[in-house]
Design a protein around this ligand. Structure first.
Ligand code: PEP
Ligand code: MN
Length: 600
C-alpha cells in the first residue's frame, strides 16, 4: 500500500526524512508532498489530502516548538507516533567549491542556533535564515555560486548534487529534533497497530494561584504516571494565567493515566488531551548518514513528488482562512479544506468545476416510465438519475412510492443508461439496503434534522445528498452535514431546495443567496433543486439559470414522460422537451468560478 505524506519544505527537508524513514521502517511505500508552512501541513491533513504528516514539537537546543502542539489542538489531528531525528548538519556547497570561498550560509533559524560555534569559525561568512533546510540546499544549487553554502543533511547533497564542505557542524553532536506524526481523525487508511510504549501529550491552563501546578502534578504522582516534559507559556490577555505543554508516559486508555487526567481536569481551567501515540523506540540517535535512527529499511523508490495526488500543491497561506475552533461544524467548515471537496458518485464528480445535472421523476412509477426518462434525460445532458421510491408526503393518502420495487427500477434504469442514481432514504433501516444498488443516498428536507438518520448515512461512507430543511437556517444545514462527516463520511453534497416563507405564489422560496453563503462557509459542493423551489414548471428555467450563475455546482430537476399523469408533484414536472431546453440554455452560462474570485 502506498500512503501520502505531507511535510513542510521542499525535497531534502528534515521532516521529509522523518516521514520517509518512518514509512520505510514499516515497509510502507510513501509519496511525500511539500507544503510551505506547518499550518498548511495541518490543513492538508484535516482536509484528507494526505494520510500522514510530520509536525515538529521539540528541538534539543531551543526547546518546545509550541506551534506544533497548538496545530494539533487547532486542527484536532490525531498523533500516531513520535520520532526523534538526529539532525546531522553538514555544510553543502556547489561542486568543486571550498570552505574558504563561502561568504553566506543559508540555514533554518534552529540550525543556525545549533551550529553557533561552527559558524563563528568561518570569519568571512554570515548566516542567513531560511524557511527550511531543503530550500537552503536548493537555493545553493540554483545559485551555482561558490560563495553560498547551506547547512543541511547529507541527503540534501545527493538530491541537489552538492559537495560536502564540512561535516559535524552542530555544536553538540547529540542534538536532535522531536517530531510527531499526525493524521486526520477521519482518515480511513488503517493506522499502524499501537506499539507497546505509548506517550500522551496535553495542553492545560491553570489559574494563577499558589499551589495550582503542584496540585495538578500531584495527580500524576498519585497514579504513578511519569511526566516526561513540561513547559509553560503565559496566556496572553488573561492576567498571569499560564498554559502548560506536557507529555506523560502511557496511553489515555490506561486506567492510571485516565485517573490522573481526571484529577488534573478538576484543578485546571481547561485541559486538551492531544492524544496518545507510540513513543520513540528506534536505535540510539548516534550514527551518521540521515535518519538511521528511524529504522533500517530502504526509502521507497518514488519518494519524491511535489504534488497532492493529481493536483499541484496550491495551498498558500492566503487561501487558508482563519480558524475558528468554536465552529459548530469544524469538519464541514471551509477552513478544514480550503480547496473544496469533490464528491465522486461512481464516475460522476460533483464539485470539481463541472456543472452536474441530475434529472428524473419525483416518484418511480413504472419500468416504462423509468426507461423512457433515463434515455431522454441522458440524451439531453443529464449525468445522474433521480427517482423517489420512499416518498415523504404530507398526506397519508397520497401516493407513498413503490418502495423496494421502485428502488430496483431506478437501479435498473440507471445501469442501462450508464448513469449513477440518487434516491431518498426515510428511515435508518432503509439505509444499508439502499447502498447495495443506489449510488447516492438522499436525505430529504423533512429529515434534515433526523439526527439518527444522519448518523446512519454517515456510517456508510456512501455519497449523500443532504437537502435543506423546510425551515432550516444555513447554519442548521451545515450542522446537519457535520453529523454525517463526524461519523467518518466526507462524501456529502448540499442541496438548496427552497424554504417556507410568508410567500405563497411559489411552492417554496428558493433561497439562491444560500449558494454563495454556503460556498464561502463550507468546502462541500452545493447544488440547487429549482423544481421543489418554485413548484411550477414554467418558473424552473429562470431559477435554473440563476442557480448556475450564482455558483451552484449543479442542479437536480424533476422530469416526467407525461406530467399531467405524474403520481406526485405533477405541477413542477418538466416534459422531456422542457428539460432539453433548460439544459441547452444552461450551456450558455459559464460555470461561476467562485474560488478564484473570493478566495473562499
Ligand atoms: C424529493 O427530492 O423527492 C423531495 C421529496 O424533496 P424535498 O425533500 O426537498 O422536499
Ligand atoms: Mn418531488
Amino acid at each position: 500500500m502506498e500512503i501520502s505524506a505531507v511535510y513542510q519544505g521542499v525535497d531534502g527537508a528534515y521532516s521529509q526524512l522523518v516521514l520517509q524513514g518512518w514509512a520505510a521502517g514499516r515497509g510502507l511505500a510513501v509519496k511525500t508532498h511539500g507544503a510551505s508552512t506547518y499550518r498548511e501541513v495541518a490543513a492538508a491533513l484535516a482536509g484528507l489530502r494526505a494520510d500522514v504528516g510530520a509536525i515538529p514539537i521539540e528541538n534539543a537546543i531551543v526547546g518546545t516548538v509550541r506551534e506544533g502542539y497548538d496545530l494539533l489542538a487547532e486542527f484536532d489531528l490525531e498523533p500516531i507516533a513520535e520520532v526523534l531525528l538526529r539532525t546531522d548538519h553538514r555544510l553543502l556547497g556547489v561542486r568543486g567549491g571550498s570552505l574558504e570561498d563561502v561568504r553566506e550560509v543559508l540555514a533554518h533559524p534552529l540550525v543556525i542556533n545549533e551550529c553557533g560555534r561552527f559558524l563563528s569559525s568561518l570569519p568571512h561568512a554570515r548566516a542567513i535564515p531560511c524557511e527550511d533546510t531543503g530550500i537552503a540546499a536548493r537555493e545553493v544549487a540554483r545559485g551555482g555560486n561558490g560563495s553560498i553554502a547551506a547547512l543541511a543533511p547529507a541527503s540534501a547533497a545527493r538530491i541537489y548534487d552538492l559537495d560536502e564542505l564540512a561535516r559535524d557542524c552542530a555544536d553538540d553532536p547529540r542534538t536532535y529534533s522531536r517530531f510527531i506524526l499526525v493524521r486526520s481523525r477521519l482518515n480511513t487508511v488503517d493506522a499502524p497497530a499501537p506499539g507497546e510504549k505509548r506517550k500522551t501529550s496535553l495542553i492545560f491552563s491553570l489559574p494563577d494561584a499558589p499551589g495550582t501546578l503542584a496540585r495538578a502534578l500531584a495527580h500524576l504522582d498519585a497514579n504513578a504516571v511519569n511526566l516526561s516534559k513540561l513547559e509553560s507559556k503565559p496566556l496572553l490577555g488573561q492576567g498571569s494565567d499560564h498554559t502548560f505543554y506536557a507529555d506523560i508516559d502511557g496511553d489515555v486508555r490506561d486506567a492510571n493515566v485516565a485517573t490522573a487526567l481526571g484529577g488534573i481536569r478538576g484543578v485546571a481551567r481547561s485541559v486538551t488531551v492531544l492524544g496518545s501515540y507510540d513513543a520513540h523506540v528506534g536505535a540510539p540517535l548516534e550514527d551518521g548518514d540521515g535518519p538511521s535512527s528511524l529504522g533500517s529499511g530502504r526509502f521507497a523508490p518514488d519518494a519524491r513528488d511535489d504534488k497532492f495526488g493529481d493536483k499541484p500543491v496550491r495551498i498558500t497561506s492566503a487561501r487558508v482562512p482563519r480558524i475558528e475552533t468554536n465552529s459548530a461544524y469544524p469538519r464541514v467548515d471551509r477552513m478544514s479544506k480550503p480547496d473544496g471537496t469533490f464528491v465522486k458518485v461512481d464516475d460522476v464528480t460533483i464539485g470539481d468545476g463541472t456543472f452536474t445535472i441530475i434529472a428524473g421523476p419525483c416518484s418511480v412509477e413504472s419500468r416504462e416510465q423509468m426507461v423512457a426518462t433515463a434515455q431522454a434525460v441522458k440524451a439531453a445532458g443529464a449525468v445522474m438519475m433521480r427517482g423517489g421510491a420512499f416518498k415523504p408526503r404530507p398526506s397519508p393518502y397520497a401516493f407513498q412510492g413503490l418502495g423496494w420495487e421502485g428502488v430496483d427500477l431506478l437501479a435498473e434504469a440507471g445501469r442501462a443508461a450508464g448513469m449513477p442514481t440518487v434516491s431518498e432514504v426515510m428511515t435508518i433501516d432503509q439505509v444499508e439496503r439502499m447502498t447495495n444498488s443506489i449510488s447516492m443516498l438522499q436525505v430529504g428536507a423533512r429529515n434534515m434534522q433526523n439526527f439518527d438518520l444522519l448518523k446512519a448515512v454517515g456510517r456508510t461512507g456512501h455519497p449523500v445528498l443532504l437537502k435543506r430543511g423546510l425551515s432550516a437556517t444555513i447554519e442548521e444545514l451545515l450542522a446537519a452535514a457535520e453529523y454525517i462527516l463526524s461519523e467518518g463520511n466526507p462524501h456529502v453534497v448540499l442541496c438548496e431546495r427552497g424554504i417556507r416563507t410568508f410567500e405563497t405564489a411559489t411552492r417554496n422560496t428558493l433561497d439562491l443567496s444560500a449558494v454563495p453563503v454556503l460556498r464561502e462557509r463550507t468546502h462541500l459542493p452545493v447544488i440547487v433543486d429549482p423544481s421543489h423551489g418554485v413548484g411550477v414548471r414554467r418558473w424552473i428555467m429562470p431559477m435554473a439559470r440563476a442557480a448556475k450563475a450564482a455558483g451552484a455546482h449543479g442542479l437536480i430537476l424533476e422530469v416526467h414522460p407525461n406530467p399531467p399523469e405524474a403520481k406526485s408533484d405533477k405541477e413542477q414536472a418538466l416534459t422531456f422537451a422542457d428539460f432539453a431546453a433548460i439544459v441547452e440554455e444552461l450551456d450558455a452560462i459559464p460555470t461561476e468560478r467562485m474560488h478564484a474570485r473570493t478566495g473562499a
